[in-house]
Design a protein around this ligand. Structure first.
Ligand code: FMN
Length: 185
């Protein structure tokens, strides 16, 4: 049987991003049960209809990655009670048909959502906005469980790196649920 492929999209381009570290923790939890790749999209240009056809190389690359994925797992920070601009920009590109005969690549893709923040709402508001957008794009959203991690500073080790304690079992539950969700999609 073909191995499940999960692509992780981190809504932060910051090198030490907590959400990036959370994605890496999810990758470790998934282990050998699926191929798990963090999408590299820092070079995707700002969306501009003048650039759409032919699509820039970076856009073609990320589209191919999403096309090949069995599931997409978002790890997003919250910026001003919303998900981030870089993530919106990426989703705008992914929302467009590839060509007259090839539709947008996200249609029907199973999606999971997690997020971490130093603040107290754990990215819940940003996640709700993201659900609205990716549902509109006809992705198949796993609404429960979602993972929210508030006060992320309380789950760092002595070197300042993310080391989940209270949230670890919730990440494990979400990973198990997402693998089932993909299997049953
Ligand atoms: C422009 C901006 C807006 C922010 N707005 C929020 C917010 O609405 N809620 C929140 O919990 N944190 C907010 N933060 C703090 C981020 O959660 C924090 O910087 C977080 O570490 C970013 O995620 P990352 O570590 O994955 O890059 C904001 C940060 C920035 C730069």
């Amino acid at each position: 049987m073909k191995k499940t492929k999960i692509v992780a999209i981190v809504g932060s381009l910051r090198k030490d991003s907590f959400n990036r570290q959370l994605a890496l923790a999810a990758q470790a939890v998934i282990g050998e049960r699926a191929d798990f790749e963090l999408l590299d999209y820092g070079d995707v240009p700002l969306f501009n209809e003048d650039l759409e056809y032919p699509a820039p190389a970076a856009v073609r690359r990320v589209r191919e990655k999403i096309k090949a994925a069995d599931g997409v797992w978002f790890f997003t920070p919250e910026y001003n009670h919303f998900f981030t601009g870089v993530l919106k920009n990426l989703l705008d590109w992914l929302s467009r048909p590839v060509s007259a005969s090839e539709p947008r690549v996200v249609i029907g893709k199973p999606a999971a959502i997690s997020g971490a923040t130093p603040g107290m709402n754990g990215t819940a508001i940003a996640q709700d906005h993201l659900v609205t957008l990716i549902s509109f794009l006809n992705m198949k959203v796993m609404n429960a469980p979602r993972l929210v991690i508030p006060h992320v500073m309380q789950q760092l080790n002595e070197t300042g790196k993310l080391e989940l304690t209270v949230s670890a079992p919730y990440l494990e539950k979400q990973a198990d649920a997402f693998l089932d969700f993909i299997q049953n999609s």
